[in-house]
Design a protein around this ligand. Structure first.
Ligand code: NAP
Length: 244
């Protein structure tokens, strides 16, 4: 089976790719940095003896998305599992000053993700098989002053995935939403928090196992479900004055 990893330089994406490669699957390694994608692909091939293909991918190059999937399938055969891992936090303050910065965040996390998912959804629907894994964020569960451009794009992506899952549920296609809390990557590099931070490896393993079980949506680390239930229950008149 072939698995397409989009945003493959993310440590979380690499950990997921590693799980699928260890299980004997071919891996399409799609990233903005083609040389890094080639290195990641070679590493997977050497360690797991699987075929890989490195692909140049930019989430904002909407016109190139069809070709990207065509190229992946020409090299490795029909994609059966796709991981949508790319994302960017952006800089909230810069986004407040300059809409072009905000737009980049929206375009990568939402519009680019939807563009890719729609192409995959049509192909998977025609074949009546396939699995789309979308990485979203707890930031999408409630708008906060500190990251609402990123949070709103992730929240929209969560809703999009929910609708897509509903559309494809009886057509043999699985759509899984992963709502991540804190994971140790460059995105959380200077984060000062007392909340435990998960490793990319344990996160990758959890995503791989959940996809195999056909899970629809889950929080990881799991305790974020409780945290977000509490955060969502705070009345807006109180919440709007908090700095969380
Ligand atoms: N770490 C966390 O605590 C956390 C929490 C919630 C959700 N998430 C989500 O988890 C996913 C993986 O993030 P991460 O934590 O592993 O951070 P990361 O290391 O910064 O990975 C982000 C990935 O997105 C790619 N990307 C960014 N802009 C892109 C574009 N225009 N086109 C194509 N790819 C692009 C990056 O590629 P380059 O290497 O080229 O920049 C990189 O592969 C993201 O969707 C993120 O929103 C992470």
């Amino acid at each position: 089976m072939s698995v397409l990893i989009l945003g493959a330089t993310s440590p979380i994406a690499r950990a997921v790719a590693d799980e699928y490669a260890a299980a004997g699957n071919s891996i399409g390694v799609a990233a903005r940095d083609i040389e890094e994608a080639e290195r990641i692909g070679s590493d997977l091939s050497i360690r797991h003896g699987v075929s890989t293909d490195a692909l140049s991918f930019d989430a904002r190059d909407f016109d190139g998305h069809h070709r990207l999937i065509d190229d992946a399938e020409a090299a490795l055969g029909p994609v059966e599992v796709a991981l949508v891992a790319f994302g960017t936090m952006g800089d909230q303050q810069q986004s407040e000053q300059d809409f072009q910065k905000a737009r980049q965040v929206i375009d990568v996390n939402y519009t680019g993700a939807v563009s890719i998912c729609e192409i995959l959804a049509r192909r998977f629907e025609e074949r009546a098989r396939g699995s789309i894994i979308g990485i979203s964020s707890v930031a999408g569960d409630r708008g906060r002053a500190s990251n609402y451009f990123y949070g709103s794009a992730k929240g929209a992506f969560t809703l999009y995935l929910q609708g897509l899952r509903n559309r494809l549920a009886d057509r043999g296609v699985h759509v899984m939403t992963v709502k991540l809390g804190f994971v140790d990557t460059r995105m959380t590099f200077d984060l000062d928090t007392s909340i435990p931070i998960a490793s990319p490896e344990e996160t990758g393993r959890a995503i791989f196992e959940a996809e195999h079980k056909g899970v629809d949506s889950f929080y990881y680390p799991r305790f974020w479900r409780g945290i977000m239930t509490m955060i969502k229950s705070i009345p807006e008149r109180v919440f709007k004055h908090l700095s969380l």
